[in-house]
Design a protein around this ligand. Structure first.
Ligand SMILES: C[S@@+](CC[C@H](N)C(=O)[O-])C[C@H]1O[C@@H](n2cnc3c(N)ncnc32)[C@H](O)[C@@H]1O
Length: 217
């Protein structure tokens, strides 16, 4: 069963988090599986053809590669060079182009480009202070009219312990997201329960939040 110790937050800065995630991704196979996240599959139809999309903390590439397979122009980053190397390899096998980078969310230059969509699937490594910086960055980097697609666990997940961080302050509620993105037009914001089967790390009954926020034009 996936254990929440998998998501033990880094005690310190970049190097602790990087080595923690490198260690997890060094095992054979793909920790979160090859298939794209189901929320992303459901909501990707909202993206205009050929959108410029940023996938934040994309891990081993399953979501960035899915978006690239739909014909979007995708950039993805993650703190773990081990994960990014696996993502590159999977992309080469599938003959799909993604602009891959290794970076922490705190080192990422959010102002560098503007995106039609930003995807943040299970980026709950962030404590409240980092989360605020990350959401400000993601929002800033969206074009007016652009979409932010977010999935995460809610506090009910602490009862199920089938994946995700074991710390309530890392989890999402609808009111937290409304507070983080006060100018967002929410096209979707819902908390629900479902069965997940994502590699070996997210498996079983889960308490989830899906959000699609539009930046006003
Ligand atoms: C739960 S995994 C989700 C990966 C991917 N989004 C997916 O759904 O398959 C969390 C990811 O966050 C990355 N990560 C952890 N701390 C980070 C940080 N400070 N900056 C960027 N990425 C980070 C990890 O390396 C890992 O790939």
């Amino acid at each position: 069963m996936p254990s929440d110790s998998q998501h033990k937050p880094a005690a310190g800065g970049f190097n602790d988090a990087q080595s923690h995630w490198d260690q997890r991704f060094s095992r054979p196979g793909l920790l979160f599986g090859e298939q794209p996240n189901r929320f992303l599959e459901r909501e990707a139809a909202r993206l205009a053809p050929g959108s410029r999309v940023l996938s934040v903390a994309d891990g081993e590439g399953r979501n960035a590669l899915y978006l690239a397979s739909l014909g979007h122009r995708v950039c993805a980053f993650d703190i773990s060079p081990v994960a990014v190397a696996k993502a590159r390899e999977l992309g080469a096998q599938r003959r799909l182009q993604v602009d891959w980078h290794t970076s922490s969310v705190d080192d990422w230059d959010w102002a560098r480009s503007r995106w039609d969509a930003v995807v943040a699937v299970f980026v709950q490594f962030a404590d409240p202070a980092m989360r605020r910086r990350m959401f400000e960055g993601m929002w800033e980097s969206l074009e007016p009219g652009g979409l932010l697609l977010v999935q995460g666990y809610t506090p009910r997940q602490l009862e199920f312990r089938t994946g995700g961080p074991g710390k309530v302050e890392h989890l999402y509620t609808s009111s937290l997201l409304r507070e983080l993105l006060p100018r967002a037009e929410w096209l979707l914001l819902r908390e629900y329960e479902d069965e997940l089967s994502e590699g070996s790390a997210h498996v079983g009954h889960s308490a989830l939040l899906d959000g699609v926020a539009r930046k006003p034009a």
